[in-house]
Write a protein that binds this ligand. Structure first.
Ligand SMILES: Nc1nc2c(c(=O)[nH]1)N[C@H]1C(S)=C(S)[C@@H](COP(=O)(O)OP(=O)(O)OC[C@H]3O[C@@H](n4cnc5c(N)ncnc54)[C@H](O)[C@@H]3O)O[C@H]1N2
Ligand code: MOO
Length: 411
């Protein structure tokens, strides 16, 4: 059987970072910057006041006190945005607002709270040190400094930096377009009644949501039955609008394993058994003129879920221009034994990972879910991690320290 690592490598070989496009800032939200951004202007662009008050020459206030305030004539009023090149002579001052440009001749700002708030003349009741309440040009960002590196993920803070630096558009790699298609003649749309032998379809909802959580544009194409011609037509249709197509079902050894049957004749898709539980039957390749990647995940819902996090997620990250890192890992102590695990296959057990501040050898505990079957998806709602049981290990005692993959939180 193929190793998990080899399958990850094979999947990553199918994708490359998407070509960047110039996007306005809100469209760029969630995107990955394709080029570094350099400040064309210093920030702040000019010396300005950090308080509402009076711009003064500090030396004019030497000796000021509550008992003997210094009185200065107010020669100008400078609001934020003022474009006039105001100057104050010694012995004079200007009323100034937060963010307004510092006038020539002034070297300090006195907050209004230290004064009587006068409009024609102001009384100041204490001295001020030079530089008080002044924000210097370039003290946030120097002209020519790199404000964001290539590869930065553009969240709220990054968009603020770009906007403040005057950038209206930036080159970002677009969100990968993911099309999700499930197969299976037994599937029924949730919300409709089921008949004998039928089940409600869940994989395509799970995968579409997981792809959205990974910063993709995800489209749920729904599900098709087991007719090869329909599956082929639907896959070809999906390829037109996809950077990557995800299918579920139809890849094991059954008589009606339609995905395997159709794709074996199309493109470069290989089908393998990967040494893991759940998620053993996997297929991956490219199809169509566009060379879009297609990953065929197993139909069992838990298998599909685990496959997404192990194989699909790194591929989506590479398409986005991010490092295709695996899920973050911690070590945790098992709160209960694992009675059995298949030899030769790496198990991924759904578990609740909790921080444990009691100061033991590990900072976390992992409580594995009671129901671990590939079809038992109820535990997906309550668990937040996958406990890894290595291929050679067939059982684990309570208290064993294990590697645990942290599942991403919903955006
Ligand atoms: N003789 C063998 N049988 C099976 C093997 C094997 O090696 N030899 N592998 C088993 C393993 S492991 C898995 S995993 C499954 C994978 O099967 P398929 O990918 O072909 O998926 P299906 O047979 O179509 O479905 C499996 C199971 O999952 C349910 N299902 C399918 N799609 C959905 C969906 N969209 N939403 C909810 N549930 C879905 C389906 O009803 C089946 O119960 O094969 C084993 N068999
Ligand atoms: O590998 Mo299958 O994914 O156990 O259920």
């Amino acid at each position: 059987m193929k190793s998990v690592e080899q399958h990850i490598r094979d999947v990553l070989d199918l994708v490359e970072p998407l070509e960047p496009i110039d996007s306005d800032l809100l469209r760029a939200h969630g995107g990955v910057l394709a080029e570094p951004v350099v400040a064309g202007t210093a920030l702040p662009p000019f010396d300005n006041s950090s308080m509402d008050g009076y711009a003064v020459a500090a030396a004019d206030l030497d000796g000021a006190s509550a008992a003997e305030p210094v009185r200065l004539p107010v020669v100008a009023d400078i609001p934020a945005g003022d474009a006039a090149a105001t100057a104050v002579r010694r012995g004079h001052c200007a009323r100034i607002m937060t963010g307004a440009p510092l006038p020539r001749g002034a070297d300090a700002v006195v907050p209004v709270e230290w004064t009587d708030g006068g409009l024609a003349t102001v009384a100041v009741d204490r001295p001020v040190r030079p530089g008080n309440a002044i924000r210097r040009a370039g003290e946030d960002v120097e002209k020519g400094a790199t404000v964001l590196e290539r590869g930065a993920r553009l969240g709220a803070g990054e968009l603020a930096v770009l906007a403040a630096a005057g950038r209206g558009t930036v080159p970002v790699r677009p969100r990968p377009r993911v099309v999700v298609l499930s197969t299976g003649a037994e599937l029924v749309e949730p919300g409709s009644p089921i008949g004998p032998g039928q089940i409600w379809e869940s994989n395509s909802y799970m995968l579409t949501a997981a792809a959205l959580d990974e910063g993709c544009s995800a489209f749920r194409r729904g599900f098709v039955g087991d007719d090869p011609a329909t599956v082929l037509e639907t896959v070809e249709d999906a390829l037109v609008q996809a950077d990557i197509v995800l299918t579920t079902g139809g890849v094991s050894m059954g008589a009606y394993d339609v995905v395997k049957e159709v794709l074996s004749r199309l493109g470069t898709v290989h089908f393998d058994k990967v040494a893991m539980q759940p998620g053993m039957p996997q297929g991956a390749g490219t199809v169509g003129d566009s060379g879009a990647a297609i990953l065929t995940l197993p139909g069992n819902p838990v298998s599909s879920y685990v496959s997404f996090h192990l194989f699909v997620r790194p591929a989506l990250r590479r398409l986005r221009g991010l490092p295709p890192d695996p899920l973050p890992t911690v070590h945790a102590r098992l709160t209960a034994p694992v009675p059995r695990s298949p030899e030769g296959r790496r198990s991924y057990l759904r578990a609740v990972l909790e921080y444990d501040g009691s100061g033991g050898s590990t900072a976390y505990t992992a409580r594995t879910a009671a129901r671990q079957g590939s079809h038992q998806l109820s535990a997906l709602a309550e668990t937040n991690a996958l406990v890894v049981v290595p291929e050679a290990v067939t059982e684990l005692a309570e208290g064993s320290v294990v590697e645990v993959l942290q599942l991403p939180a919903t955006a």
